[in-house]
Every structure is written in structure tokens, then in C-alpha cells.
Design a binder for this molecule. Structure first.
Ligand code: URA
Length: 429
């Protein structure tokens, strides 16, 4: 096959901060997927994009080219409207677990194609795999069947969806080119648009535990993704939410499932409940179903009924006991006062080092490992009383987890200023 371009010419265009043509973008994404553009060439291009950016037209074309690299799903045959949510990832972010059954209980089907965690943010599939028997891999037919019958499915994204992104994301991970707004936005949106959801709600995290440490960058990422969704005909809304402290009181796989079940039972930490309901309302509105109150479906057990059906449909036993860690270690409050800071990144890295996350793709994670938080910023603490409990099956990990937590929290005389959980809302024009 004669190639329409060559990689060096495309790299040089972006190296010189010029605009890539539609034709160059279509070619380079396709040729990389085919193996004609080598990894080292794509890494040079990714770095040039990271340094010199892409304009809105280039980002939209890049996203379309990644979608075109694989299959597209179609939920138009379902008797339900569909809405999905994507979080850019945070510490203790278990919101998908109560959210998907809650939105289904309100009449909107949720096709959640999720991933596994890498680094300090946990993956939804890793969390659900702590439920005995639960299986992440479903065929497209199984997924469709479950969506029609139960209204919610959380499963592994098949390799057919945006394969260009799968290859490029793995490359970015090892070449220091993850932190580019055009590349993150096109990566996330290519998968979500290819998945075929009718509506999409994005939870873009901002703060120490997030990709985007600065609010201005989180806003820019949210605006870029909302514009891509609108252009592809997917009703898209983004909430920018705080990730300077962990969500809820647990970070870890089984620990987060237990907390999610508490939320579905009408309890759970107030920040997890607040964000679950806010995202549910956005999803219902985007799917034109805003006459239903998700708070009622959470309170009266309808969301819990869907959770049980959803877990059961994928081979899991929703009544089974969750695994518990062989060893625990308590971190006590150093003095009397108010917990004024509990850093999301410190807790995320500690949970990861305890075995809740993986350092390399494909490694096993410990179902029971993680961090339980007995206090959150603003809570009173007393010297010597438990602040955190660390859980692991392998106690030699405590030392490095404790090192991650060193300097990760402060106890003060006065309460910190309350930070809102939802920092901004960005909707399409
Ligand atoms: N998640 C993705 O799917 N892609 C990115 O580039 C970053 C986070």
C-alpha cells in the first residue's frame, strides 16, 4: 500500500507548532494502529502535541480518527434511553458503583465500560472484582441483554473500541505524555462516543489526587470534552469536582464496595451521597427523564434492588461477605483539634502501596487492601484516637504506605474553610 504521508513530515508539522491537516491526522492515527508508524515516531508526535497543543478542529478530527479505528456500539435497539458517566479518576472515587444502579432505577439505562486502575487511582473493575464470583468480561450480546433486562451494566471495554487509543494511551503512559489536554480529551471522548451512549456526564476532578491539579486546567479539559461530545451528537455535561481530599471514608477495592452498599442502603458518607445524586440528576436530565427524583430511589431501596440484579447478572453474589485484610495498622491523631487537611494524593499512594493498586498493567491487586478514614477535614479529632486504619494482606507494605502518609494530614486548632465538592458545571452551547 502506498502511504499518503510519512511520519517525519507529520511530526515536523507539529514540532514547528503548525496545524495538522485533517488528512495528516486521519493518516497518522490509522497508520499507527496498523503498525506503519513506529512507537518512537508516535511518541515524538505525542510530545510535540503536548508541547505545542492542538486547536479545536484538530482535536475533533483526532477524536474522530480514533473512533474510526474500531467498532462502534449501537444502543438504539434498547427500549430504554441511555446515559453514561465518566470520571477522570480520583482517590476513593467509587461513585460509579451506586450511580449506575440508581440511574437505572430511575428509568435510564447505564452502559458503563470501565477500566482497571493504574497508579494511585483505583479502577472500577478492580473494586467490583472483590465481590465473590463477579465477572468483568462480557460479550457485546451479554451486555445488551443485561442492559435491556436490568438497565445497568459495568463491564470491561472490549478491545474493539477505539484500538488506536488503547495503543496510544499505553505509549503515553511510558513517555511522559499523559498530561496533555488535547490527548486526554480525545482519548476519553473517543471511547465514550464509540460506546454509543445517548448522553454523557463527565466528572472532571481537580486537586492533588487528580490528573488536573489546577482548577483552570480541569475547566479547560471539561470544556474541551463537552465540545467534542456536542460535535458528535452526544448530549454532554461536565461537573468539575474537588479531589484535594479523598471521596468518602475508604480508598481500596472491597472497602469501597462496602461503602457503596452503605450508600445504596440509604446511609454512607455525605460527600459520596451528594456527588452520586448530583451526577444522577445530570444523567437523568441529559436523557430527558428529569421528572424522576433519584433521592427517592436511593431512600426506598429501588437502587439497591437494581444493584443486586446487576451484580447477580454478572455471576457475583451480592449477599456474600467481602474479603477482609489479614493485617491492619492504625494511625492515631497526633494531637487534639480539627483535621484541617487530608491529602488525596497521600491517601491514594498509601492505598496503592498497601496493594489496592498496581504498578504495572496486568499485575494482581489485593481485594482487601486500602485505607479507612475515621475523620475527614473539618472533623474533631483527639490525640491517640484512630485517624486512619491501613489494611493489607502483606504487612511488609505498611512502612512504605506510612511514608506516603507522612505530611499528608494536619490537625489544627480551627476548622478549615469549607470547600464545595462541586466546583463548576460546564454544559454545551
Ligand atoms: N483516561 C483516559 O482514558 N485517557 C487519558 O488520556 C487519561 C485518562
Amino acid at each position: 500500500m502506498t502511504e499518503a504521508h510519512d511520519a517525519v513530515e507529520v511530526i515536523a508539522t507539529k514540532r514547528d507548532a503548525k496545524t495538522l491537516s485533517d488528512d495528516q491526522i486521519d493518516w497518522v492515527v490509522d497508520a499507527y494502529t496498523r503498525g506503519v508508524v513506529a512507537d518512537e515516531q508516535m511518541s515524538a508526535l505525542a510530545m510535540a502535541i503536548l508541547l505545542n497543543g492542538m486547536d479545536a478542529g484538530e482535536i475533533a478530527r483526532w477524536t474522530a480518527a480514533m473512533i474510526a479505528s474500531g467498532e462502534q456500539m449501537d444502543f438504539s435497539g434498547l427500549s430504554w434511553p441511555t446515559a453514561d458517566k465518566h470520571s477522570t479518576g480520583g482517590v476513593g472515587d467509587k461513585i460509579t458503583l451506586p450511580l449506575a444502579p440508581l440511574v437505572a432505577a430511575c428509568g435510564v439505562a447505564v452502559p458503563q465500560l470501565s477500566g482497571r486502575g493504574l497508579g494511585h487511582t483505583g479502577g472500577t473493575l478492580d473494586k467490583l472484582e472483590s465481590i465473590p464470583g463477579w465477572r468483568a468480561a462480557l460479550s457485546n450480546a451479554e451486555m445488551m441483554g443485561q442492559l435491556e433486562q436490568v438497565g445497568a451494566v459495568i463491564c470491561a471495554a472490549g478491545s474493539g473500541l477505539a484500538p488506536a487509543d488503547k495503543k496510544l494511551y499505553a505509549l503515553r503512559d511510558v513517555t511522559g505524555t499523559v498530561e496533555s489536554i488535547p490527548l486526554i480529551a480525545s482519548s476519553i471522548m473517543s471511547k465514550k462516543i464509540a460506546e454509543g451512549t445517548g448522553a454523557l456526564v463527565l466528572d472532571v476532578k481537580s486537586g492533588s489526587g487528580a490528573f488536573m491539579k489546577e482548577l483552570a486546567h480541569a475547566r479547560e479539559l471539561a470544556e474541551t470534552m463537552v465540545a467534542l461530545g456536542a460535535e458528535a451528537g452526544v448530549r454532554t455535561v461536565a461537573l468539575v469536582t474537588d479531589m484535594s481530599t479523598p471521596l468518602g471514608r475508604t480508598a481500596g477495592n472491597a472497602l469501597e464496595v462496602a461503602e457503596s452498599v452503605d450508600v445504596l442502603a440509604g446511609g454512607g458518607p455525605s460527600d459520596v451521597v451528594e456527588l452520586t445524586l448530583a451526577l444522577a440528576r445530570e444523567m437523568l436530565t441529559a436523557a430527558h427523564k428529569d421528572d424522576v427524583d433519584p433521592a427517592a430511589a436511593l431512600a426506598d431501596g429501588r437502587a439497591m434492588d437494581v444493584w443486586r440484579q446487576m451484580i447477580h447478572a454478572q455471576g457475583g453474589d451480592p449477599e456474600a461477605s467481602l474479603p477482609t485484610a489479614r493485617e491492619t495498622h492504625v494511625v492515631a491523631a497526633p494531637s487534639d483539634g480539627v483535621l484541617s487537611r487530608l491529602d488525596a494524593l497521600a491517601v491514594g499512594v498509601a492505598a496503592w502501596r498497601l496493594g489496592a493498586g498496581r504498578a504495572r498493567a496486568g499485575e494482581d491487586v489485593q481485594a482487601a487492601a486500602g485505607v479507612q478514614m475515621h475523620a475527614k477535614p473539618g472533623d474533631q479529632v483527639r490525640a491517640g484516637e484512630p485517624l486512619l486504619t491501613l489494611h493489607t494482606d502483606t504487612p511488609e507494605r505498611f512502612e512504605r504506605a506510612l511514608a506516603a502518609l507522612d505530611g499528608g494530614y494536619d490537625v489544627a486548632d480551627t476548622a478549615p474553610d469549607a470547600t464545595p465538592l462541586i466546583l463548576d458545571r460546564i454544559a454545551g452551547a
